[in-house]
Design a binder for this molecule. Structure first.
Ligand code: MN
Length: 271
């Protein structure tokens, strides 16, 4: 079976300048591109984020996943993290955010998942769109009209999340499913990036840096230079081939009926 969506990704993580331990963890390998930001004292956060990533790592190598696969992995991961808490690791917990390659009738889709305040964005046509919605106290205040997004950046409650995997939370993850477009660039990151670097600056760096690994490194550098007060993790995942209709693979497949291909591709170019 040919994949409906082929991704080229870069990723990087950094402890930052204030914390001895990096409690973030990530997985950036087809079909899973996710970040986990662990929390809890005595290395509990480290173990929680690692446990969730280890569960999703079992899906690596499959061309695509379904929603039930992601729900199932999350359920098992939640059990693992809760075990950590009862076995003396304090109230271990972690966020989870990112995208998984999915497929509908052979066409490539992004399946975004989120629980907590790590984030997933999409850069398309030079616009940066935040796909996920933070599960945080300040986001709830923004939604209620009681806090402006500007003030939220400096609010002392900005690190309090309202849902997590573990940490005594039973809150569900949010899911979004949408068709992948050739040229989509997905950004998955922990709040160590977004609390230091504005969305406008993130967009500039992503737009100016074609190589996904270099883009991830540049974003980490920017967050460290801005103060690096938290652990920072970044995944940049580019859609380099997308099936445009069932059974076809846009851009790389010479067998496609020329009439069905967009003009740019037929002329040998890529937008
Ligand atoms: Mn964090």
């Amino acid at each position: 079976m040919r994949p409906g969506l082929v991704v080229s990704a870069g990723a990087a993580t950094h402890a930052g300048l204030r914390r001895a331990l990096n409690e973030d963890a990530y997985l950036a390998s087809t079909p899973v591109f996710v970040v986990a930001d662990g929390m809890g004292g005595h290395e509990a956060g480290d173990r929680a984020s690692a446990a969730v990533i280890a569960e999703f790592a079992q899906c690596v190598g499959r061309p695509a996943l379904e929603l039930d696969d992601v729900r199932g992995a999350l359920e098992v991961a939640r059990g693992r993290v809760e075990e950590l808490s009862t076995s003396g690791s304090g109230r271990a917990g972690t966020t989870l955010s990112g995208v998984v390659i999915a497929s509908v009738d052979g066409m490539g889709y992004w399946l975004a998942v989120n629980i907590g305040d790590s984030r997933t964005y999409r850069l398309a046509d030079h616009e940066l769109e935040q796909i996920t919605v933070d599960h945080s106290v300040v986001q709830e205040l923004i939604d209620a009209g009681e806090l402006s997004p500007q003030d939220a950046l400096h609010d002392r409650r900005r690190n309090i999340i309202t849902r997590a995997i573990g940490a005594s939370s039973t809150g569900d993850a949010d899911y979004w499913m949408f068709p992948a477009e050739l040229g989509d660039r997905m950004l998955v990151c922990s709040d160590g990036l977004t609390s230091e670097v504005s969305d406008a600056r993130i967009r500039e760096i992503l737009t100016a840096t074609p190589d996904p690994q270099r883009a991830a490194d540049a974003l980490i550098d920017e967050a460290v230079e801005a103060g690096g007060r938290d652990n920072i993790t970044v995944i940049v995942a580019d859609a380099v081939s997308v099936a445009s209709r069932p059974g076809t693979l846009f851009e790389t497949d010479d067998d496609i009926d020329m009439d069905t291909r967009p003009r740019e591709a037929a002329a040998g170019g890529v937008r």
